[in-house]
Design a protein around this ligand. Structure first.
Ligand SMILES: Nc1ncnc2c1ncn2[C@@H]1O[C@H](COP(=O)(O)OP(=O)(O)OP(=O)(O)O)[C@@H](O)[C@H]1O
Ligand SMILES: O=P(O)(O)OC[C@H]1O[C@](O)(CO)[C@@H](O)[C@@H]1O
Ligand SMILES: [Mg+2]
Length: 499
């Protein structure tokens, strides 16, 4: 990873403009230094000094001038925007950075020589490298749906139009394949005005169809010089290739990725947009499962939630609901029969409470569901493995178990599969605001000439992160940390470790 070392923390503190600003970097640093644990533990004056002198490992952001050094720059039109009166500190500079890690244990494995990973802070720059009158922006959505996609598109259009005066904005229809197989649609604020109220993506999306040369040829031939790519991990891997090819051809085109994934499996950023909305919607399914289970004799409410390879939705929905007796996620194995298994646990719960609620992420248990050779090979158009329905399988296993062990007792399993319902809805208020900040961050970055980056919040502050880094990072549930322990303590479920 390319990086450049930066000045010590003291410089950063000096640069902080407004102590009350939520984006003030010094507040996090100051908190870390003056927290009670830090002052009364083994932290010495020495370790404080070493912290202050640690260099920053600032992740280098690609810029169009890296390979087109003679590009002309322009004064940011926000200078003349009647809604903004850029004052001191309004524009960000190279020295505005965000630290990846804000929690540091000064007494533990702290190494004074290790540098602090840092990223450029997102926001408007004084100088821009695209003339708004000749800017031609393309927006594309790829992969599965996620609440808030339409909000991001809307805010990209409105932001480009209102903030920078860009008038040529196009929507690429139906994902990556749309670049070379469909006519783009012209977008303007009037057209997209209500889009944030609709779930899904008004531009349509698809999986597969990634043909690098055809895509970059189409971008070039259609005269696009800014490309905004909204998608998940697969999309970001594709975006890295597009950016690399654009750079190889030395084209004056900026590429920004806007991470979208209902599963929240994209790494580095705090969380992905739409995730909170999906968790909220999942509550309805869990509530219904609880009511059904409670109202039956030996009732089990079983809810399957999205989460291809990560269980964040199931975990957060479980923690928020508190009606869940067992949460199964892809990051940790489980088994059905025998000591410490699911059946033994459910038997106990049914005896104690008369009912139980089970939440399972779609990617959980895939290793133990029997499948044919053909099923093992099945892939979707993007190459993602196709899963068997863990909910249906569990329902059938639960029924078999009960009729085998308790043939004379009543038993009910109510299976609720809200899969698409939790992602095919508009974003809630929090996610909507988040989508707006993402879109504006992306616009400011691209206008300023940055390229090959993703924007997203890191510890609550919006940053520009190299695309490649995001495409390689994965956010999995850490089943060794306190959050998973919390889930287990809320549900009482076993650890499924065979003793
Ligand atoms: N390694 C890759 N290189 C190039 N393109 C890729 C790669 N992986 C996926 N893509 C392309 O990215 C697009 C979206 O990928 P995918 O279907 O995996 O969804 P995603 O972006 O991961 O979103 P989500 O998983 O949240 O639905 C598809 O058009 C796919 O062909
Ligand atoms: O839209 P499709 O192809 O059915 O994809 C479903 C998948 O998309 C996601 O919603 C996001 O990756 C997963 O949770 C789920 O496995
Ligand atoms: Mg994906």
């Amino acid at each position: 990873m390319e990086s450049s070392s930066w000045s010590p923390l003291s410089l950063l503190i000096a640069k902080c403009r407004s102590p009350s600003s939520p984006h003030c970097y010094s507040s996090a640093a100051a908190m870390a230094i003056s927290s009670p644990e830090a002052t009364n533990s083994s932290m010495t004056q020495n370790s404080e000094e070493t912290l202050l002198s640690r260099p920053f490992d600032l992740q280098k952001l690609p810029h169009v001038t890296d390979y087109l050094p003679d590009l002309k720059s322009y004064i940011n039109p926000l200078d003349n925007n009647s809604f903004y009166h850029p004052s001191d500190g309004f524009y960000l500079t190279q020295s505005d950075i965000i630290l990846r890690q804000t929690i540091i244990d000064l007494s533990g494995s702290f190494s004074s020589s290790a540098s602090q990973l840092a990223y450029h802070r997102a926001g408007p720059r004084k100088q821009i490298f695209f003339d708004p009158s000749s800017t031609r922006a393309a927006i594309v959505t790829c992969g599965g749906l996620c609440p808030g996609m339409n909000t991001v598109i809307r805010e990209l259009v409105v932001g480009l139009w209102e903030l920078y005066g860009v008038r040529q904005i196009y929507g690429v229809v139906s994902g990556y394949r749309g670049f070379y197989s469909r006519e783009p649609i012209e977008l303007n604020p009037k057209l997209v005005h209500h889009w944030h109220k609709r779930g899904g993506t008004a531009l349509q999306t698809s999986r597969g169809g990634f043909d690098l040369n055809k895509i970059v040829d189409a971008i070039q031939n259609r005269g696009f010089n800014q490309v905004y790519i909204i998608g998940g991990d697969g999309t970001m891997r594709g975006a890295v290739k597009i950016f690399d090819e654009i750079r190889r051809r030395k084209l004056n085109i900026g590429v920004a990725g806007i991470p979208k994934t209902v599963d929240n499996d994209v790494g580095i950023i705090d969380r992905s947009f739409g995730f909170q909305t999906a968790v909220e919607m999942a509550q309805q399914a869990i509530n219904a499962a609880h009511v059904e289970a409670e109202s039956a004799v030996n009732g089990i409410g079983l809810v399957k939630l999205m989460g291809r390879s990560t269980g964040h939705i199931a975990l957060h929905a479980t923690l928020s609901s508190r009606d869940v007796d067992c949460c199964l996620i892809p990051e940790t194995e489980f088994y059905l029969e025998g000591k410490g298994g699911l059946f033994e646990y459910l038997e106990k719960r049914l005896k104690e409470n008369g009912h139980a609620v089970l939440v399972v992420a779609e990617g959980a248990g895939q290793d133990i569901i029997p499948r044919t050779e053909a099923q093992k090979q099945e892939r979707d158009e993007s190459g993602n493995p196709v899963f068997l329905d863990v909910g249906l399988w569990l329902k059938s296993e639960l029924k078999n178990w009960w009729s085998r062990d308790h043939p004379n007792d009543l038993f009910t399993v109510k299976y609720i599969d809200p899969t698409y319902m939790i992602r095919a809805i508009p974003a809630n208020a929090t996610d909507s605001l988040y989508c707006t900040l993402l879109a504006h961050s992306a616009i400011h970055g691209v206008m300023a000439g940055y390229t090959g980056f993703v924007c997203g919040p890191i510890n609550g502050n919006y940053a520009y992160i190299p695309l490649k880094e995001v495409a390689e990072a994965k956010n999995e549930v850490n089943v060794k940390d306190h959050k998973w322990a919390w889930v287990r303590s809320v549900t009482n479920q076993p650890d499924f470790i065979r003793k």
